[in-house]
Design a protein around this ligand. Structure first.
Ligand SMILES: [Zn+2]
Length: 158
């Protein structure tokens, strides 16, 4: 498990998590570099060229203000979209079982959603009513889906 991949002159024996894979050597073996050393090198380089990097970055930003704005917006929406999808997926996984069964907890969850009611506030009668309502809605939605599917198939034939 804790295999030694490389020995660094400064940092000693290195395991997989202490190294960075970088290219291959002449006999086609993966080459590894010490993560700590690499970090130091990068840091030193950055320190050395800090002013240059700063000026260059600022110039690039200035020259590309419009593009940068676009990129920012793009990433923002991409992130939002992804985040939204993830949330839906999470909710689906979490609710799928209970929502299919329409068990008491799920029905109470639907009733109390976006209210300040507690599950214990909901009488059994209301749970029963809400459950039939949800079942009815579900049936309607399923029928709509089936009809939609039929229509799509019909359209395909044309
Ligand atoms: Zn090292």
């Amino acid at each position: 498990m804790t295999e030694i991949i490389k020995v660094c002159k400064r940092h000693g024996e290195l395991k997989r998590e202490d190294v960075i894979k970088q290219g291959k050597n002449k006999i086609n073996e993966a080459r590894f570099k010490c993560k700590s050393c690499m970090k130091e090198i990068h840091h030193a380089n950055y320190e050395k060229n800090k002013d240059k990097i700063y000026v260059r970055t600022r110039k690039w930003k200035k020259d590309n203000a419009e593009r940068l704005n676009e990129l920012r917006l793009k990433y923002y929406w991409q992130y939002k979209e992804k985040d939204h999808e993830k949330k839906i997926e999470r909710d689906r996984k979490y609710h799928n079982k209970s929502s299919m069964e329409l068990n008491d907890v799920y029905v109470k969850h639907v009733i109390t959603k976006r209210t300040n009611l507690k599950y214990s506030d909901i009488p059994d009668e209301l749970v029963k009513l809400k459950r039939s309502l949800l079942e009815a809605q579900r049936k309607i939605r399923q029928n709509l889906m089936v009809n939609k599917g039929k229509k799509l198939n019909e359209n395909k034939k044309c």
